[in-house]
Design a protein around this ligand. Structure first.
Ligand code: NAG
Ligand code: NAG
Ligand code: NAG
Ligand code: NAG
Ligand code: NAG
Ligand code: NAG
Ligand code: NAG
Ligand code: NAG
Ligand code: NAG
Ligand code: NAG
Ligand code: NAG
Ligand code: NAG
Length: 300
């Protein structure tokens, strides 16, 4: 009797531990645990309008890519390879937005904003801040109840500062598709995309090469204008402000910067993906349970 109670108690911790590994699709749907793919924005008109999280960097990417750093081919270096950099001279402009990724962290501020750098990773984002252009805010799904390490990005193409950084016509869908177009080096046909659209391409920065495969996914976001920020000006005649598609990117490092000593040993391509981490959990689990069960036998 006692044993079965103890054992079922022990088994109940397994689902919690299982979250430490990445699900096959590479991310958890925020809405399955109280979150949303729509952000919270201050001071919208009318109040309560939201913006779409329309890109995800899958947790099935090489783990070095999801570490938010410039070195070792990390997330910042990947963003640089896509033509995006941090804000102009480190100045943070504009209101933060919040998102709840359903990972147990609740509604939290964006990690940062990245802006199109017009070919100059040092100062190009100053031009974006003034003249407008592509930009995205991002959040990491790394809370303890959905720890996929996927990166969630809310991408949109904004008008110049003189117009208060409103979004251009079709600017949510186009912002997303310009990023993908920059990866594939070809124009993405926004109007004819569906949930079976796939693309791939290579980018590089600072001696790191990335191979990205892209799958457009439906069902995470609504295909609508209702409740979407700037919905009076963003929709193209008669169509919705957002098409309901999310671009899911899986990124592999195909070449590393061998001249950068700190990275050469630790981030060799593809050696440390999430599968390895998932495996290490499943190896440790039986050992932990075994130890706990034998401890119970001793105490009884
Ligand atoms: C990456 O480098 C840029 C500029 O060199 C710096 O502003 C930024 O804070 C760095 N980001 C991280 C996550 O280290
Ligand atoms: C979130 O950002 C707002 C500014 O937009 C700031 O006032 C607030 O302190 C931030 N919250 C946290 C938890 O950092
Ligand atoms: C989750 O990601 C954010 C953004 O990179 C980071 O600041 C935070 O420390 C991470 N949390 C954990 C538990 O790793
Ligand atoms: C690359 O990105 C820039 C800025 O967002 C955009 O103007 C351009 O059209 C994109 N290229 C492709 C092929 O999508
Ligand atoms: C991108 O495509 C153009 C032609 O459309 C070509 O001239 C250019 O070399 C390509 N760039 C890369 C990096 O492949
Ligand atoms: C979005 O909905 C419109 C109709 O409201 C439809 O024409 C369009 O094909 C849908 N887009 C996608 C990507 O499903
Ligand atoms: C793809 O979209 C169609 C409707 O446009 C839908 O019937 C189908 O279930 C979707 N497939 C997936 C895998 O989401
Ligand atoms: C991308 O890089 C991979 C590995 O380096 C290579 O096999 C592939 O041909 C490249 N694809 C393109 C479109 O250049
Ligand atoms: C390797 O990275 C370092 C900075 O970490 C940079 O100075 C150097 O130019 C890079 N090498 C190549 C070949 O890109
Ligand atoms: C914009 O969203 C609001 C809901 O906040 C809705 O009442 C309105 O009809 C939408 N406008 C358009 C043009 O879709
Ligand atoms: C990395 O990408 C650069 C630029 O496309 C290319 O010249 C180089 O051959 C690639 N390196 C490897 C090892 O694939
Ligand atoms: C690779 O994974 C091991 C544990 O599985 C960890 O100790 C190591 O720090 C990881 N290395 C990198 C570069 O992520």
């Amino acid at each position: 009797m006692h044993y079965s109670v103890v054992i079922s108690g022990l088994l109940s911790i397994i689902p919690g531990l299982a979250f430490a590994s990445v699900p096959s699709q590479g991310y958890f749907d925020p809405s399955s645990n109280g979150g949303s793919m729509l952000t919270t924005v201050e001071d919208t008109s009318p109040l309560g309008q939201q913006e779409p999280i329309n890109m995800i960097i899958s947790g099935n990417s090489d783990s070095a890519v999801s570490i938010d750093q410039n070195s070792s081919g990390g997330l910042q270096n990947y963003f640089n390879s896509l033509g995006f950099a941090g804000e102009c001279l480190g100045e943070h402009l504009g209101n933060d937005q919040q998102a709840n990724l359903g990972d147990g962290n609740g509604l939290i501020n964006q990690t940062a904003v990245m802006r199109w750098d017009y070919g100059n990773v040092q100062t190009g984002t100053c031009e974006e801040t003034v003249d407008g252009g592509n930009h995205f805010r991002y959040w990491v799904q790394n809370g303890s109840s959905a720890d996929s390490n996927a990166i969630f990005m809310a991408t949109s193409y904004e008008l110049p500062a003189s117009t208060n950084h409103d979004i251009v016509t079709n600017g949510y869908n186009l912002g997303r598709d310009y990023v993908i177009g920059n990866i594939t080096n070809s124009t993405i046909p926004t109007e004819s995309l569906s949930n079976s659209s796939t693309f791939s391409g290579n980018t590089s920065f600072n001696g790191f090469n990335y191979s990205t495969s892209i799958q457009y996914v439906s069902g995470l976001l609504p295909n609508t204008s209702v409740g979407i920020n700037h919905n009076l000006t963003v929709p193209v005649d008669g169509q919705n402000a957002i098409d309901g598609l999310v671009a899911v990117l899986t990124v592999k490092i195909t070449a590393t910067n061998t001249s950068s000593g700190s990275s050469s040993s630790s981030s060799s391509s593809g050696s440390n993906n999430s599968g390895v981490l998932g495996l290490s959990v499943s190896w440790k689990l039986p050992t932990v349970i075994g130890v706990l069960i034998s401890a119970c036998f001793v105490s009884l």
